[in-house]
Design a protein around this ligand. Structure first.
Ligand code: SF4
Length: 368
């Protein structure tokens, strides 16, 4: 049988090389053509990299504005007549996060034409003044690029202002697919693949860790998905600054790119998570399954295909919701723990940088 032969080939020829961190494009295609082998191989690498614990973080999103000068064709979030939150409003949302024992606020927003680095720093400083222990995970490489352009500063100087003002880590969003052919079509005004990588490497070299993401399932080819994940691996080999890799499926509602398209979630999503685990092993330890994008059941399935993290509680999630996500805006810690235990795995609350957060018994109850 072909599958058995392929399995033998992987076990004998490729498995060792992949486990040593050298998955090639050919290996990736061979595994994609054999999903059952891919899934079980990814699951074994997950166990080696991260064991049986499945982590989640108590956090909240604060999207401080939905106005934006960007023109991304997949965007369902920006509005012509939108809002800009005041500092008191941002602080009120941070207070609500602190009340539910959040360890992180995740802050991102649209690109306001006149905002420079000091406007971004102002948000950070006000939060840190009142909540010195709150981890601020904020500002995508696109926002850092925008702040740097509007401030006539290089990335290094921009990032050093942000860090001094309290930036703890950055979301590696705005990556979409790190291939300019794709970017020119879906987000022509966004920073280029090289610019994204430069901002990220500068952040890592400045002591600011980031996540890494991929937005897949639109116009990209399989080869381009693989190339994207391999670029992440190359950066991680040099800097070690990625905390996790987060596959983000394209959401087709309420945006130009998705017009007339519908998507069904399933095996392609699981293959992407498994492929990420295999290509990024052993350099990136954590692969996240986003419950907001995948839905709870598919996120659970991804835990058997290479993922070891379920992301955040995400009180008031707006960006995916505007693009058609129906998974909800908040998932309580007891729900995470229930989903994880159903998969015979061990739940563990973490902080943004994957430090263990100890919680009392309340996390197991609906009032947690
Ligand atoms: S995705 Fe972000 S940068 Fe692009 S248009 Fe939407 S809000 Fe603006």
């Amino acid at each position: 049988m072909q599958t058995k032969q392929e399995l033998r080939n992987i076990r004998d020829d490729s498995a060792e090389s992949i486990e040593a961190g050298n998955c090639t494009i050919d290996d990736a295609f061979m595994l994609l053509n054999n999903p059952l082998i891919l899934f079980s191989f990814a699951d074994s690498l997950r166990k080696k990299a991260a064991g049986d614990r499945v982590t989640y973080v108590i956090n909240r999103n604060i999207n401080f504005t939905n106005m934006c000068i960007g023109t991304c064709k997949f965007c369902a979030f920006k509005k012509e007549e939108g809002y800009i939150m005041s500092i008191p409003e941002i602080l009120e949302k941070t207070r609500a996060a602190a009340k539910i024992n959040a360890t992180e606020v995740c802050i991102q927003g649209g690109l306001l034409p006149d905002w420079d680095v000091f406007d971004y720093c102002n948000i950070l400083e006000n939060i840190k003044n009142e909540f010195p222990d709150m981890h601020i995970h904020a500002f995508s490489p696109m926002e850092v690029y925008h702040a740097s352009q509007n401030s006539n500063m290089g990335y290094k100087e921009t990032l050093s202002h942000l860090k001094r003002s309290g930036l703890g880590s950055m979301p590696g969003t705005a990556a979409e697919i790190l291939v300019d052919r794709v970017r020119e079509e879906i987000c022509p005004d966004k920073l280029t693949a090289n610019e994204w990588m430069e901002v990220i490497k500068t952040a890592h070299n400045s002591g600011i860790p980031t996540t890494a993401t991929i937005m897949y399932g639109h116009i990209e080819t399989l080869q381009e998905r693989i190339e994207h994940i391999m670029l992440i691996r190359e950066i991680q080999k040099k800097t070690g600054g990625f905390t996790e890799f987060v596959p983000l499926p394209f959401m087709p509602s309420n945006n130009i790119l998705g017009m007339g398209k519908s998507v069904s979630r399933g095996i392609e999503d699981l293959k992407l998570h498994a492929l990420a685990r295999v290509i990024l092993y052993p350099y990136v330890k954590n692969i996240q399954a986003s419950w907001v994008k995948l839905g709870r059941e598919l996120a659970q399935s991804a835990l058997t295909c290479g993922a070891n993290d379920l992301g955040g509680t995400l009180m008031e999630e707006q960006i995916s919701k505007s693009a058609g996500s129906t998974s909800g805006e908040y998932m309580a810690p007891f729900e995470f723990e229930g989903l994880i235990r159903q998969m015979n795995r061990l739940p563990q609350q973490r902080d943004t940088l994957y430090g263990v957060v100890s919680r009392g018994r309340e996390s197991l109850t609906p009032s947690g």
